[in-house]
Design a protein around this ligand. Structure first.
Ligand code: ATP
Ligand code: MG
Ligand code: MG
Length: 561
């Protein structure tokens, strides 16, 4: 991988290394909640967290932030592990695996809560949710103290223990940090840190009926894991005082030593024509608008993987968009451009006819088959050549023939000459039609001394150059032409119903003919189909000899043109 460009986060780390704050140690974490499949926004966070750790000789922890028992599952955990590995990152250092679960900290989190209670820094509140909301105040008005705020530590401890023992109903009590009901930052107005939930957790089962809140759990998990730089998205900026308050209190109590992990916020990725919210992606799946989390139109990691996007292309994209403090929308064409740049250099070339029309070379002997050859990659002669047969009947693209050609059309029309790419020069003589006037076959004659790669080839100067496959040898394939899932750039902006922005033409399936070599593709093998774009053999549905291809992206950015 190329060295990453500097950014404000790397500058902070460089400063810390200069001052010796962490003794040169860099430990980051990627903390997904296992409540859905990762999406391209998460890829930005993964590239940042794992990339920083790699470049500074540190380690990035994979931490499952699993404190919402109702929504989380092992299926999601497994999919997240797969996605991060597929992107090319790992969480091992010096033989140790740094995979963690916030749920493994439940005991500690609970003990620390008791400690905060004992130190007068937390109290059990028995107001209803509505009362708490009403007493929280607003941006212009301070909040009101709860009547429970002055409970003694002994009473709080007793109530909290009984909460844990299951003596109360959900919502009857919560544990709150005792901070400042008049703070201009609403997150500091005695935030809830524990609530009662009689829910089964996918890892701890029914062991707990009190669960810690995100803000309380996250900073403590970071400190327990000795994280140095805790990178998160900008919406957590207002939560940072709380992050610092909790860790400070626990450091004062002797639980943690300073320096304490530092939260640093960066802008989240918003990608046009896509949605980066697990909740909305889940809705697309459960309501059947797409064929699952890994539908090639989904901006999930499994979706873009199935679509044929490469880890290197995704990393290149993340590198190009950089890391800043300013929220913005990144155009989908930037994502597609990074993929194209990655694939252009790597993908072997092949011919595929996606909208087949028969071409008959009338003067080519019916029993003859010859070999043609072409570079596997035009800029990488070291990748060698590929060979494929030519015979009397070929498949060409329907759009490469025109009975009444528009101005500037250099392909097949009666009387015109073109080169069959890597084959012969032919002259079009006419076409057969059915009773409706549709062209059913095009006829031509070839010049036997014009074959590409022979001396005679130079005697023919033609403007048109079309691709083809031999009808008797081509491999039939299902090809899925995907387009953007949404027809609007910001499908969920301003609270709009994103389902109304779904593109009804985002998937088209065609029957194509492939050059024989591509017909044997292994699942996930990628090609450039010459003149068409980049395609991948479907990860699940394609078999060698029975290919199914997905279009990854076209050759150029033609969207909306
Ligand atoms: P969602 O709203 O889709 O559920 P989330 O932020 O709740 O996203 P988490 O599983 O909590 O999902 O995210 C794990 C990490 O990925 C967090 O550190 C979060 O900041 C980061 N992340 C999530 N979405 C984006 C995004 N669009 N751009 C950059 N980072 C993101
Ligand atoms: Mg989250
Ligand atoms: Mg979320």
């Amino acid at each position: 991988d190329a060295p990453a460009a500097s950014n404000f986060i790397r500058n902070i780390i460089d400063d810390d290394n200069r001052t010796g704050k962490w003794g040169g140690r860099v430990e980051t974490r990627f903390p997904p909640e296992p409540n859905g499949y990762l999406h391209i926004g998460h890829a930005k966070s993964i590239c940042l967290n794992f990339g920083v750790a790699r470049d500074y000789g540190g380690v990035c922890h994979l931490r499952f932030d699993d404190t919402n028992p109702e929504k989380e599952s092992v299926e999601y955990v497994d999919s997240i592990v797969d996605a991060v590995r597929w992107l090319g990152f790992d969480w091992n250092k010096d033989g140790a695996e740094h995979r963690y679960y916030a749920s493994d900290y439940y005991d500690k989190l609970y003990q620390f809560a008791e400690l905060l209670i004992e130190r007068g820094r937390a109290y059990v509140d028995s107001q209803s949710a509505e009362e708490m909301r009403a007493n929280r105040g607003s941006l212009t008005e301070p909040g009101k103290h709860s009547p429970c705020r002055d409970r003694s530590p002994e009473e709080n401890l007793d109530l909290f223990r009984r909460m844990k023992a299951g003596e109360f109903k959900e919502g009857e009590h919560v544990l709150r940090a005792k901070i400042d009901m008049a703070s201009p930052n609403i997150n500091m107005r005695d935030p809830v840190i524990y609530r009662i939930r009689f829910a089964h957790h996918y890892r701890t089962g029914d062991q707990w009926c009190v669960y810690p809140m995100y803000d309380y759990t996250h900073c403590i998990s970071d400190a327990l894991e000795n994280i140095t730089h805790s990178l998160c998205t900008l919406e957590f900026e207002d939560h940072r005082p709380l992050y610092d308050w909790i860790l400070d209190e626990l450091a004062d109590a002797g639980v943690f030593t300073r320096p304490l992990p530092q939260q640093i916020e960066f802008s989240r990725l918003n990608l046009t024509y896509a949605i980066t919210s697990k909740r909305k992606l889940l809705q697309l799946v459960t309501e059947g608008h797409v064929d699952g989390w890994d539908d090639p139109r989904m901006p999930t990691i499994v979706g873009v993987r199935r679509r044929g996007f490469t880890p290197d292309g995704i990393k290149l994209f993340c590198e190009r968009i950089g890391v800043t403090k300013v929220d913005s929308w990144i155009d989908m064409s930037v994502f597609e451009g990074a993929l194209r740049d990655d694939l252009d250099d790597k993908a072997p070339r092949t011919a595929a006819v996606l909208d087949p029309l028969k071409l008959i070379i009338d003067n080519y002997p019916a029993d003859l088959t010859e070999e043609c050859c072409a570079p596997v990659h035009p800029h990488h002669p070291e990748h060698g050549v590929r060979t494929f047969p030519i015979s009397r009947e070929l498949w060409i693209e329907r759009e490469d023939y025109s009975e009444t050609p528009p101005k500037g059309y250099f392909r097949l029309f009666p009387g015109n000459k073109v080169r069959l790419r890597y084959g012969y020069v032919i002259e079009c003589t006419g076409a057969d039609k059915d009773e409706n006037g549709n062209v059913t076959a095009v006829h031509c004659n070839y010049y036997p001394d014009s074959k590409s790669g022979t001396e005679g080839a130079n005697n023919y100067k033609v403007k048109g150059n079309i691709h083809w496959v031999s009808a008797a040898h081509a491999v039939p394939a299902e090809v899925r032409i995907y387009d953007r899932l949404f027809k609007e750039a910001q499908p969920d902006a301003g609270g709009r119903d994103f389902l109304e922005a779904l593109n009804p033409d985002s998937k088209r399936v065609v029957s194509a003919y492939l050059e024989p070599g591509a017909g044997n593709a292994e699942p996930e093998e990628r090609f450039q189909f010459e003149r068409h774009g980049y395609f991948v053999a479907d990860r699940y549905d394609s078999k060698p000899g029975k290919p199914v291809f997905n279009r990854i992206v076209g050759l150029r950015d033609t969207w909306g043109k």
